[in-house]
Write a protein that binds this ligand. Structure first.
Ligand code: OSB
Ligand code: MG
Length: 371
């Protein structure tokens, strides 16, 4: 791959409505758009999905920008690569900083696919032409949760995820089930509980949830296994799984029955695919998690979710779930409850240059010397 330059843009956009979790509220989303341009002028795009503050993982926009600019790009300058997997392996010499690595690695995947005139889905072995759409409801009141469910049901979404914590779990789920007894429903706790809450968590078995996502802390791998033995609802791990080895350990210990794969959280598509392949082999179901992302990461998620092991509808929602106007064109849309997988080269979505420009706050350009 002959890289001529890399452009990093920090963009910022308000959400259509605030996103509430017990860890805080997101009203404005910043992100890093990575554009890798090769010597023929072809561009590949990736997106760094760290948040402005370290509430979900330890990374932030500022730390990612530093790692991509001052560590990963210099590595790529020093060690030219032939394939995006070479970049993933090269980046293993840097500890953690998964979202920084993923933003750059995924731009290389898009570029690689475009150069080979193949869709990214096809390059990574995708088998689906459509992905079932799922949506997250992250409201601050029962009423607003019910309103959002009604709205998204009308838009055709096939799976609903509600954020829970010990102060509202039973009452909110009871009320949702009163109106929607058959709704494909799951709950995400973002580590709001400890093993002391075991009775509260057992009680949630009443609601026939598809799963409960990340009830305990991200390093409570043994406790999750003890909890799974006590509750009927399948546990799905999110924050706990940041690498292939985490996935292996969690499965070995019986800490979960399902894994949420986010390429950003695990360091890129290479690691995400390894986790997918291992889970497929072990009969562990996976789904693709969301990060309140802009269209580029959304497009990468669609390609990832087209792999055969992604059997459960994930956080794959339309651009208009979060944004008045996305930075891609066309935007991601949901039709009859599904999102279609593009068969055009790369991620299969173009850039809405006007929107990208008006949301850009910082731009940095790195030129490569090609001999
Ligand atoms: O825990 O899955 C999570 C959003 C941001 C950070 C963490 C999480 C989420 C979501 C999904 O719940 C949001 C989406 O659909 O993009
Ligand atoms: Mg989650």
């Amino acid at each position: 791959m002959r890289i001529a330059q890399i452009k990093l843009r920090v963009i910022s956009m308000p959400l259509k409505s605030p996103f509430h979790t017990h860890l805080g509220t997101v009203t404005e989303r910043e992100g890093i758009i990575v554009e890798v341009i090769d010597s023929d002028g072809i561009s590949g795009y990736g997106e760094g999905v760290a948040f402005s503050t370290p509430w979900y993982t330890e990374e932030t926009v500022a730390t990612s920008l530093h790692i991509v600019s001052d560590v990963l790009i210099p590595l790529l300058k020093k060690w030219p690569i032939k394939h995006p997997e070479d970049a993933a392996i090269l980046f293993q010499s840097v500890r953690r900083n998964h979202m920084a690595k993923a933003g750059l690695e995924m731009a290389l995947w898009d570029l690689y696919a475009k150069r080979n005139s193949m869709s990214l889905s096809k390059v990574i072995g995708g088998t689906r032409s459509e992905i079932a759409a799922g949506v997250v409801v992250a409201a601050d009141s029962l009423n607003s949760s019910l309103n959002q469910i009604e709205k998204y049901l009308g838009e055709g979404y096939q799976r609903f995820k509600i954020k829970i914590n010990p102060s509202q779990d039973y009452s909110v789920l009871e009320e949702i089930r009163r109106y929607y007894p058959e709704l494909p429903l799951m709950a995400d706790a973002n580590s709001a509980y400890t093993l002391n809450d075991i009775d509260r968590l057992k009680a949630l078995d009443d609601f026939n949830l598809l799963m409960i996502e990340q009830p305990l802390a991200s390093d409570d791998i043994i406790e999750h296994s003890l909890l799974q033995n006590e509750i009927n609802t399948p546990i799905c791990l999110d924050e706990s799984i940041v690498s292939f080895n985490d996935a292996k350990n969690a499965i070995e210990l019986g800490s979960c029955k399902i894994i949420n794969i986010k390429a950003g959280r695990v360091g890129g598509l290479y690691e995400a695919i390894r986790i997918h392949d291992f889970c497929l082999d072990r009969g562990i179901e996976v789904w693709c998690g969301g990060m309140i992302e802009f269209g580029i990461s959304r497009a990468h998620n669609i390609a990832l979710a087209s792999l055969p092991g992604f059997t459960i509808p994930g956080d794959i929602s339309a651009s208009n779930r979060f944004w008045d106007e996305d930075i891609i064109s066309p935007e991601v849309s949901v039709k009859n409850g599904s999102v279609s997988v593009p068969d055009t080269p790369g991620i299969g979505f173009g850039i809405n240059e006007k929107r990208l420009k008006e949301t850009t706050r910082i731009e940095k350009v790195f030129k490569f010397e090609n001999k």
